[in-house]
Design a protein around this ligand. Structure first.
Ligand code: C2E
Ligand code: MG
Ligand code: MG
Length: 636
């Protein structure tokens, strides 16, 4: 008989192109990629040997019997290997723990059994045999290769069904199912319907292509502008390293003025500059695996022979000269970081947080050109990381706590309101203070949920208590500038007020002015809430962004003098505080003095005309029950 080779030959050429393309590109150095390359190579091998074996077998007597046996034995060996390669690839996709050699060995047993059977076939005639004329015949044992393949496919299918949903994206899952189904169909056709048409090779090609095109292509983890790998690529690489207990040194740099650069220039210019920098990095570190992590951060993994200092100096030398694009010059300032590989990172997130902590440390340290990532920086980052985790946990479980700090009327000495202050309680770290978690929540975007949770809890408090009987006029709630700059904030807050049926006049929102509160969106939020009866206080007056213009630009009814301002001036020769307070009083605004810690301060500020006083002299922020006791006691 003559084998039908048309499937084989067409598949062979496509495989050749695919493999050449894959091999010509730099791939992420992760086991999964090696396994996939092995899978592609074995499928290609299978195809090649298949063509040769079929050809040889098609012309009985033309080739020596030994050769005929040899190529067919090799064919069956590779046939046994391909499905194993796929299952090996799948194990890397799903392996969470450290690679376990014993497991891989057990996984390989069916393959070895088939390979040994194939090798013994010239003597046993079990899988196939050649008759006296040299004509090829299938033997009874051929079917074991079908079962072996089905076994591996079923094992992979099981893993994809059990773990796929949690660990992979839908498109990835889909391509794995495609691989399994197409391969299975190919085997069924070839083993039961078309024994002399090599459908298996075609099926291997189609299924491999499905995986290649969805997530195993060499460009899948590549950052488009630089051609380096992206953050997900770094995550995969180091996660695998850490699982194996490997901590490679790395170094990198960030553009100091990247944010400004991005705002100042068009996308085209930024892309061109990034590309030029990437090209230069490649000339200095041609062999290194390099990443571009967005926000102007470049990072490269270092080999044992690489000298980070030499590389840094070379790069720095280049950055001394401007980059040129379309005749214009652009100066980029880098700031380098270097990790010698001694820090036992447990996860990619830790590494990322540590790099950022190092970068901000360099900024504080008088703009040092480079930072060495030390154990100390790592510890600090871990701390930040732990706080972030605890905060997210508290937000998710609606467990952010609200403390209340009494605000006292200077005139009557009674508690007239309170400031709601958020607290996160963690089993290990205890009570975490807002100065530690608010900036993190602002950075990772969870501040809106956090703020809304605090606000809802305050509304619940107002709803469940008789404010008038307590003597409380309103509660002050902090509104983050980041929230101000989000367009749906006013609506969210109005919804919460409605949900708890709270009269808006019981709420005062405190805002600390920053660049985020200057925009149109913030203004609209504030005006919208204000028109519904919510009052606003300008918080931390006298620090940062606060200035006279801001006090009249928006409808603030209360100005809260910052603790530092109060502390600095209440007993100085300067009359500045007195003038400020007078000015605000004359413009119809009331003044709260924050940070009253002593009797002397209380007297001085009351004298100067502050309407309200807040500080440790009266009470620190208290949990709700303690606060209620305090109010009842004071307002008796
Ligand atoms: P803030 O709004 O200026 O709140 C006043 C802070 O000063 C509180 O710190 C309070 O405990 C502290 N304080 C009050 N009296 C005294 C005093 O006499 N001496 C001293 N040394 N400190 C005093 P806390 O609770 O740590 O809050 C810090 C900041 O975190 C707040 O400053 C506020 O900006 C922010 N924050 C707190 N809760 C929230 C929240 O729910 N949302 C938002 N966006 N920010 C919040
Ligand atoms: Mg405040
Ligand atoms: Mg304040």
């Amino acid at each position: 008989m003559v084998w039908n080779l048309q499937y084989d030959l067409s598949a062979w050429f496509v495989f050749l192109i695919l493999i050449a393309y894959y091999a010509s590109k730099r791939n992420l150095p992760i086991q999964r990629n090696y396994a996939f390359f092995t899978l592609m190579m074995s499928s290609f091998m299978l195809d090649t040997v298949d063509i040769i074996a079929s050809y040889v077998a098609s012309f009985p007597g033309r080739f020596p019997t030994q050769l005929n046996y040899a190529v067919n034995v090799i064919y069956y060996m590779v046939l046994a290997e391909v499905p194993f390669s796929f299952s090996f690839f799948c194990s890397f996709l799903f392996s969470r723990q450290r690679a376990n050699n014993a497991r891989y060995f057990i996984q390989a047993i069916p393959m070895f059994a088939c390979i040994i059977t194939a090798i013994l076939t010239p003597w046993t005639k079990y899988v196939f045999y050649l008759d006296i004329q040299g004509v090829f015949h299938y033997g009874p044992g051929r079917i074991i290769f079908f079962y072996e393949t089905m076994f591996y496919l079923a094992a992979c299918l099981y893993e994809v069904i059990m773990n796929g949903r949690q660990m992979l994206m839908v498109a990835h899952l889909f391509s794995l199912y495609t691989y399994i189904v197409v391969t299975a169909i190919g085997y069924v056709i070839q083993f039961f319907f078309q024994p002399y048409a090599q459908v298996v090779s075609l099926a291997a090609l189609i299924s491999t292509l499905a995986v290649f095109l969805t997530f195993q292509g060499p460009d899948y983890y590549r950052e488009r502008r630089t051609g380096f790998f992206d953050a997900r690529g770094l995550q995969l690489t180091v996660t695998e390293d850490y699982r194996r207990g490997l901590h490679r040194p790395f170094s990198g740099f960030i553009f100091e003025n990247y944010g400004a650069l991005k705002n100042a220039y068009t996308e085209e210019i930024v892309t061109a500059l990034l590309r030029q920098v990437a090209t230069y990095v490649r000339t200095i570190a041609p062999k290194n695996t390099t990443f571009y992590l967005r926000n102007g951060v470049f990072l490269g993994l270092l080999g044992s022979k690489d000298d980070a200092i030499v590389m840094r100096d070379q790069l720095n030398e280049r950055f001394q000269h401007p980059f040129v694009y379309r005749g214009n010059e652009y100066t980029l300032r880098p700031r380098f970081f270097y990790d010698p590989g001694l820090i036992p990172y447990e996860s990619y997130e830790e590494l990322r947080a540590t790099v950022w902590a190092a970068i901000s440390k360099a900024r504080e340290d008088n703009n040092a050109l480079s930072v060495l990532i030390t154990e100390q920086i790592y510890e600090k980052a871990r701390q930040t990381f732990a706080i972030e985790r605890a905060t997210i946990e508290a937000i998710v479980h609606n467990a952010v706590e609200v403390y209340y700090q009494p605000i006292i009327s200077a005139e009557t000495g009674k508690v007239v309101s309170a400031e709601a202050l958020a607290r996160v309680c963690d089993r290990q770290m205890g009570i975490i203070m807002p100065d530690d978690f608010i900036p993190i929540a602002e950075r990772n975007g969870s501040i809106s949920r956090l703020g809304e949770q605090v606000f809802a809890k305050v509304c619940e408090f107002v709803k469940n208590h008789d404010m008038e009987a307590l003597g409380l006029d309103y509660i002050e709630v902090n509104l983050s500038p980041i929230q101000c700059a989000r367009s749906n904030t006013a609506q969210r807050y109005l919804d919460i007020l409605k949900e708890y049926e709270v009269d808006p006049s019981y709420i005062n929102l405190e805002i600390t002015e920053t660049e985020n509160t200057q925009g149109e969106v913030a203004r609209n939020n504030i005006l919208r809430l204000s028109s519904r009866g919510v009052d606003f206080s300008l918080d931390d007056y006298g620090t940062g962004y606060s200035n006279m213009v801001n006090t009249i630009r928006l409808p603030y009814s209360i100005i809260k003098l910052d603790r530092s301002l109060v502390n600095e001036y209440y007993c100085s020769d300067s009359n500045i505080l007195l003038h400020l307070i007078n000015h605000f009083n004359n413009s119809g605004k009331q003044v709260v003095a924050e940070g009253i810690e002593t009797e002397e301060m209380r007297d001085a500020l009351a004298q100067m005309g502050c309407s309200y006083l807040q500080g440790f002299f009266y009470s620190p922020p208290l949990p709700q029950a303690a606060f209620l006791r305090y109010v009842e006691e004071q307002n008796k």
